[in-house]
Design a protein around this ligand. Sequence first.
Ligand code: ATP
Length: 295
Amino acid sequence: MIQTRSLSKQFGAVHAVDGIDLDVREGDVYGFLGANGSGKTTTVRMLLGLVLATSGDIELLGESMPSSGRSVLPQVGALVEGPAASPHLSGRANLATFDSAGARSRRRGRDARITEVLEQVGLDASDRRPVRTYSLGMHQRLGLALALLRRPRLLVLDEPTNGLDPQGIREIRKLLLDLNASGTTIFLSSHLLAEIEKMCTRVGVLDRGRLVLQEQLDTLQVPTGRVVVHTPDGALAAEILGRLVESVDDGRLIVEGNDAVEVNALLVGRGVRVSEIGPLRISLEDVVLQATESS
Ligand code: ATP
């Protein structure tokens, strides 16, 4: 869905993006991670033809960008910093203006299309208020609604949960996962590791313009040879497991070993109540730190 080869962008002496080879496949929820200033927004803007690359190639949906933008971009929904909405118009009117623009505009079904995307992003109750009265989170939702109007095959989103509260973040995450389940490939940039960890199937990590890591998330999160146990009977569990216990922290035990089933059977057999148990995997945070430190 997205392929780049040696994609670079320089601003004067600054190598904002430095020779990256992105590989985003159909069906991915691809998390594009990087600290502030690492080059995420510049990359997203190049993908969408909003900024010209200094060198390198881009293919979106198998076609070369920016030369094939006219045929490709109508199949791509995008949310890049600061959605360009007219402040004096309502959310609904903004969507109608956007929907009527462009060569493929269809008047038929417009109202229904707009109602559907407003509901999807949770803005249906505020659809007739002028956009200037919207909060940052509502602006973000409107931007997403704009991105969804053309039922895109690919969504490219730059920090889509910016400005949203935890409840809003959860709603947008659910919306994106639902869209993905119905066949939309999603590429989203974020500096929030936890968010990427919760929803992505594949991650790319940008560090000072370079792609230092690109991999399936489950391949990265390898087991550590330890089991994590949650129990209200921490002291008893620690006594039973003895030397296998590496740490006990408020009902959370880290235990040496790979076999969570065996540890569970041992504990439950001795009357310990286990609320949660499983292999301890390397966190995405550790993976990213390792990748950026060694680059
Ligand atoms: P953030 O999360 O803060 O948005 P980012 O990862 O999206 O960061 P970019 O905005 O792509 O990073 O910026 C990458 C680098 O390129 C930064 O050093 C930035 O200062 C520089 N840069 C970006 N746009 C321009 C520009 N128009 N002119 C000069 N330098 C720029």
